[in-house]
Design a protein around this ligand. Structure first.
Ligand SMILES: [Zn+2]
Length: 285
């Protein structure tokens, strides 16, 4: 699997001179399978850049297809959709897997952001591509472009978000962003650890420093310590840091990286690799 980061920021885009190295776009990650299939995870503003890239290939000719996995429908995970050029090319096919309990509810939520009060697109029906919306049922694995996907719902503030475990038969990638443990200092939930167990790569949100998380607990995000503890407990091969707070500069994220490394080393995770997600970079597993 080739994992590529198109948006790594949390909550709201934060472009500017202080975020140029890690990037200011919100959550969007692509996974290319060994056979050339494409799975997109989350549709934050990074989706626009992925779309522009895809238009240079089959998607520009109306011959592309992809599965999109949607963790939840907060703005920073859906806002790129109206700016994703491949949906305006007839012939392209998308299958969207996400929360909501039923395809109608999920489609209704996505339709809501196209309302004329928010967008000139007015409705999803103005897309030329096929846009097939399906609701996932956690516990029931499904196939996305030849990858086996399972999901788990974790707490995220007053809502929930889905984590995805993606398996290609030889390698496993877990995407777990916007993970909000309700109790300060609580160890990772046993069900979460079981879900992450032994993954080659665990992408986990490291939205905050612990001291910043303490003042914003109700927002439902993890600190780098939460992510490190989960990685150690689940014995993963590599931890990817993700979904940095919008107010953190590149220097802040550098500091987050050093602190996360030190936490892993001090708590028994010295063998775990650590990579900070950076917009435009790729990770092959
Ligand atoms: Zn988010």
């Amino acid at each position: 699997m080739k994992i590529r980061f198109w948006g790594v920021r949390g909550s709201i885009p934060a472009p500017g001179p202080d975020t140029i190295r890690y990037g200011g776009n919100t959550s969007c990650v692509s996974v290319e399978t060994r056979t050339g299939g494409l799975v997109v995870i989350d549709m934050g503003t990074g989706l626009m850049h992925l779309g522009n890239h895809l238009m240079t290939g089959a998607f520009g000719k109306g011959q592309g297809r992809a599965s999109i996995l949607l963790s939840h429908t907060h703005w920073d995970h859906i806002q790129g959709l109206g700016f994703f050029p491949p949906v305006f090319v007839a012939g392209n096919q998308f299958t969207v897997w996400g929360p909501g309990g039923s395809p109608e509810v999920l489609e209704g939520i996505l339709e809501g952001q196209m309302d004329p009060n928010f967008s000139p697109l007015q409705t999803l029906k103005n897309f030329s591509a096929t846009f097939d919306v399906r609701a996932v049922r956690c516990g029931l694995p499904f196939d996305a472009e030849g990858l086996r996907v399972t999901c788990r719902e974790h707490p995220h503030g007053s809502a929930t978000a889905l984590a995805f475990r993606i398996d290609d038969g030889t390698r496993t990638f877990v995407y777990a962003s916007d993970v909000g443990q309700p109790d300060a200092g609580a160890p990772p939930h046993p069900d979460a650890i079981a879900f992450y167990q032994g993954a080659d790569v665990l992408l986990h949100d490291t939205t905050y420093r612990p001291e910043d998380q303490a003042t914003r607990r109700n927002r439902g995000f993890s600190s780098y310590e939460d992510a490190a503890d989960a990685a150690i407990a689940a014995r993963v091969g590599k931890l990817v840091m993700f979904h940095y707070d919008q107010d953190y500069s590149d220097a802040d994220v550098d500091e987050l990286l050093a602190s996360c490394r030190a936490t892993l080393d001090a708590r028994g995770g010295a063998a775990i690799g650590l990579v900070p997600a950076r917009e435009g970079e790729e990770l092959e597993i």
